[in-house]
Design a protein around this ligand. Structure first.
Ligand code: GLN
Length: 302
């Protein structure tokens, strides 16, 4: 595995730094574009890594997976009355479907969907941002995980689009709490910093029928795990979910911080990170690295 990772690093080197670091959140644009890391975590806890795999980065939309899972524990199938499970085929922050579909977002991995899930968590936890961090600490085994407050504040300052989605949903009665409170907690979740190793470990239960080798417990039932993986495969990369299935062939979730988590069911969880993004807001070198990795090993689930 180590020699394969070196080969992949070599293959994608010319692409590292190509693309554009997200700058619609000003504090996020300060990250160095040239970073690149991969971590692979086997279901028995073996870690393989290369490059900047231990450097914490802004997890951004990867947080949407974990906030959904937190909500699934409390709400079960009730979640699906407020958010759908269809791919949107549109950018992560698009508003056009939301009006047509009466304030019910297509899926929990676009911004509108994640905001509804955050609203549900807001109703259950006195401090949903702390609950989320504690959840990620437990799942990764890293108790020093923190929020980058500068990024959270920068997102809040530039919240117009996310606020528009949330208020539109409120007008359709699909939002229970104060919009501004939910927005800030949602931004705090996006601004959590974790490394590739942390994320590969924290997501490993998705490769292991819901069982976390770190906590020694089931995080989700087997059926719920399959449901989350199906959502990741169809909606985890927004309007690039089709290309990701075609090129990589795994359930996955990206974030505008340049991270992508991917799941090889029954075997491994993977996290790649490289901050420069393609047009769809997904890590350009990260996509290429995952494509090369799955082609070399024949890991596609299709
Ligand atoms: N915090 C970002 C936003 O709400 C998350 C987007 C992403 O990572 N795709 O715009």
């Amino acid at each position: 595995m180590d020699s394969l990772l070196s080969q992949i690093l070599n293959d994608v080197k010319p692409l590292v730094g190509k693309g554009k670091v997200a700058d619609y959140i000003p504090a996020l644009s300060l990250v160095e574009a040239e970073k690149f890391g991969i971590a692979i975590c086997s279901n028995d806890g073996e870690i393989y890594k290369i490059g900047d795999a231990d450097l914490p980065f802004s997890i951004q939309s990867i947080s949407k997976v974990f906030s959904l899972i937190l909500a699934m524990e409390f709400y079960g199938d009730e979640i699906w009355t407020r958010v759908g499970h269809e791919p949107s085929g549109l950018p992560f922050n698009s508003l056009v479907q939301l009006e047509h579909e009466q304030g019910i977002p297509r899926n929990p991995f676009i911004n509108a969907g994640a905001l509804v899930v955050s609203d549900m968590n807001q109703s259950k936890f006195a401090a949903p941002d702390i609950a989320m961090r504690e959840f990620l600490k437990k799942l990764s085994g890293n108790y020093s995980i923190q929020v980058d407050k500068k990024i959270a504040d920068s997102e809040y300052e530039h919240r117009a689009r996310n606020a528009a989605a949330a208020y539109l949903m409120k007008s359709f009665n699909n939002f229970d709490n104060e919009v501004e409170d939910v927005l800030y907690n949602y931004f705090c979740n996006c601004a959590i910093k974790m490394s590739c190793v942390d994320l590969a470990k924290a997501a490993n239960f998705l490769a292991n029928k819901g069982f976390s080798f770190i906590t020694g417990k089931k995080v989700l039932t087997e059926n719920q795990t399959s449901q989350v993986n199906a959502l990741l495969a169809t909606s985890g990369l927004y309007d690039e979910a089709g290309s990701f299935a075609f090129r990589v062939g795994l359930p996955g979730k990206s974030g505008v911080g340049g991270g992508i988590v991917a799941i090889v069911p029954g075997q491994f969880s993977i996290c790649v990170w490289s901050p420069a993004l393609n047009e769809a807001g997904n890590s350009l070198a990260g996509m290429a690295a995952l494509e090369s990795l799955t082609k070399h090993i024949g890991w596609s689930v299709y």
